[in-house]
Design a protein around this ligand. Structure first.
Ligand SMILES: [Zn+2]
Length: 322
């Protein structure tokens, strides 16, 4: 019998449909990519505008940006409609000089530099009052929205409005805090650690677990343990960069080995700078392999149908040796 489960942060329901479950190992979506550095855009890039180089990680302006500072931010009202120029910044983080496609194959020291680079760019953009949010994220593989370039990279968007998804999470965290006078994220991590059935990796300060109401097979959230919880990513990872890189490498290697190198996205869910009630929220990373497609039901309801219970996803990933 399928089960409905509710996400405690955004109150979104998902359907865990075990009837449709296949064995985890049968989810195979190999990622193909360009293996020739001679034809790689980023190995041969001489023209991009560089904004930062940090320990072999290069940040450049996107050649095809969604957000630019070409115009000042001005809101326009047309009756009940509102619009503005897409004021902001769209940057590409080239994660290593070598032609390596998957972050899983980079050394921990290089992954550490990538995660530190996100923090440096977030902190840079926080000085601009017209920027309301900075999202660092990765698309790996064509099924995850990436082009077939084959060079490890991620993106940073500094945008002039707060995304609805961030607002939903902050709203859910605030409601919980107002009622319980405790952080929802603190309670969530404590419960996951105590239960253990959805935990995949545990380090001194982090836990990687598949959430109770996971939308997708093998969806994983990486979150700091209670003693190191902090509302924003920039301050939250200070001193923990190498440990976080180690957890991410282990998780991405488990995907690569156990799921045959699937496409995936990850997104860093930090609170906006200057958030009120900071103790209610905690930054975290959502890691989302792209193994299933959404259809009409998801689009019509906002529900997701996940054919693998997160406990099964977690057990499978725990047992993948890296
Ligand atoms: Zn390359």
């Amino acid at each position: 019998m399928p089960q409905l489960r509710k996400d405690p942060i955004v109150s979104r329901w998902v359907i865990i449909s075990t009837e449709r479950a296949r064995r985890p190992a049968s989810y195979i979506d190999p990622t193909s990519y360009n293996t020739d550095p001679k034809t790689c855009t980023f190995c041969n890039d001489k023209t991009s505008t560089e904004v930062l180089t940090y320990e072999r990680v290069r940040v450049v302006k996107s050649g095809n940006p969604f957000f630019t500072t070409a115009q000042e931010l001005t809101l326009r009202n047309q009756g009940l409609h509102q619009s503005c120029h897409s004021h902001g910044s769209h940057e590409v983080v080239i994660e290593c000089p070598e032609h390596i496609a998957n972050m899983a194959d980079l050394p921990v020291s290089q992954i550490k530099s990538v995660f530190k680079t996100y923090a440096l760019r977030m902190w840079h953009h926080h000085n601009d009052e017209s920027i309301k949010y900075v999202l660092a994220y990765k698309n790996y593989g064509v099924a995850a929205g990436s082009r077939n370039i084959g060079h490890a990279r991620s993106q940073i968007m500094a945008i002039p409005v707060l995304p609805a998804r961030v607002l939903d999470k902050i709203h859910g965290a605030k409601l919980y805090f107002d009622f319980h006078e405790r952080s929802l994220f603190l309670d969530l991590v404590r419960q996951e650690l105590k239960d253990g059935s959805r935990v995949i990796i545990e380090s001194e300060n982090f836990v990687a677990f598949s959430p109770f109401a996971a939308r997708f097979p093998f969806e994983v959230w990486v979150m700091p343990k209670p003693k190191r919880q902090y509302y924003d990513y920039v301050h939250g990872i200070e001193g923990l960069e190498t440990e976080l890189a180690g957890v991410m490498k282990e998780l991405l290697l488990k995907y690569k080995i156990g799921l045959n190198d699937p496409a995936y996205n990850y997104v860093i869910q930090s609170a906006p700078f200057g958030s009120a009630q900071q103790e209610a929220y905690c930054w975290h990373i959502e890691v989302l392999p792209r193994l299933t497609r959404t259809a009409g039901f998801e689009r019509g309801t906002g529900f997701y149908i996940n054919p693998i219970p997160p406990e099964m996803s977690a057990k499978f990933l725990r047992e993948v040796k890296v």
